[in-house]
Design a protein around this ligand. Sequence first.
Ligand code: UDX
Length: 427
Amino acid sequence: MNIAIIGAGYVGLTTAAVLAEVGHTVCCVDQDVHKIEQLNNGNVPIYEPGLSELMEKNKSSLTFTTSLIEGATFPVIIICVGTPSLPDGNTDLRFLQSVIDQLAPHIHSHKTIITKSTVPPGTNEWIYETLIEKGVPPHLFHVVSNPEFLREGSAISDMLHADKIVVGLRRDDDQSLEVMKTMYAGISAPYIVTSLTGAEMIKYASNAFLAMKISFINEIARICDAFSVNVNDVAKGIGYDPRIGPHFLQAGLGYGGSCFPKDVRSLEQTARSKNIEPLLLQATQRVNESQIDVYLRKLHETVHDLPRQTIAVLGIAFKPNTDDTRESPAERFIRQLSNIGCTIRAYDPKATLSSDMPNVIQTSTVMEALNEADVLVIATDWPEFQQLDWEKVKQRMNGILVLDARNCLNRKKLEEAGLHYIGVGVG
Ligand code: UDX
């Protein structure tokens, strides 16, 4: 198949690489001239494990252009542009609208237009209506809603081994499912076929549920703490029940990234637009937003004169195996510590602090971050932090306190090295 992908971000590039891998010819379109230049020079502008290797392997099937008109010549067009949050929590559909405006005059042969960007319920119907209003004859296109469920850091494997393929179609569309099945022929997963809006809802409900699971375990962690119970035991205990499941029950600083915070906000606004008070969605966000305060308070209680201390923070990215700092709880924690006057020495294997903050420096090694540190905070659960030599860590630091804000360290090993351990919801 000949496929154009519009938007060369995480979703677009991963989709492009995987579709090339399963045998298609893919053209990536992005308005960012610098990004396309990089891609044409063989450089992948984001860090995603395995992505550059897969793109290199399939380079003969991949092209990159800034020309949307060139993209419009392809029979299958996948829209992967960003849909960020507006200040009020609604979704900013500016990029998507601009793509539809630019595509419309160039549809002269049949197109299957597939939306992968996360969009509020009703958006794909809007795409259909807009193209009709712009004079595109209905027999020349089909609109398909095909949300993605890939996670940064494991995007390629998530797409190649998808647990499902969600396909939203218009009622009268009896040919796009075959297009989708041909496109995903190399990927074996059950199909969920529903309406355009049904597919949009599946994506939002999925992200909101996972975010809710995280906030749930974080709330349970607060209660566990008060009773000196280990929340990890509780998560394990409840996770064996197949109705609950073991995933997304890792207590920590809360969820971040480019999807959960924005999608929960957006679904809240969607509900409100229909006069529905989304109580669980509100609670999910309130727990998430206040999770950092709980651990800041804990530091205040444990560390004498916290604002005058030097804090080493390991982790800046919103989660391991990514350089992404969007809505990163680690970065929010650093900002809060900086606001109260602490001196911060932050380190991350891939991510860079997204803005300058008073008294915050980023170091290039873990050991540099630990120099003179009174307190150590693990803010992102990178595997390499679990492997640290705790004897050496103790020698480097001024103090002995370690806040494991992701519950990812071996407490016993730290304590054997003479460090004082605080976790999340572990008493
Ligand atoms: C998420 C969804 O998982 C994915 O299906 C969707 O397509 C995009 O959004 P992603 O944002 O890449 O993917 O990250 P994910 O691994 O889901 O983690 C999101 C956040 O939740 C991270 O900040 C992570 O640290 C946090 N998290 C996750 C927890 O705090 N506890 C958990 O148990 C799991």
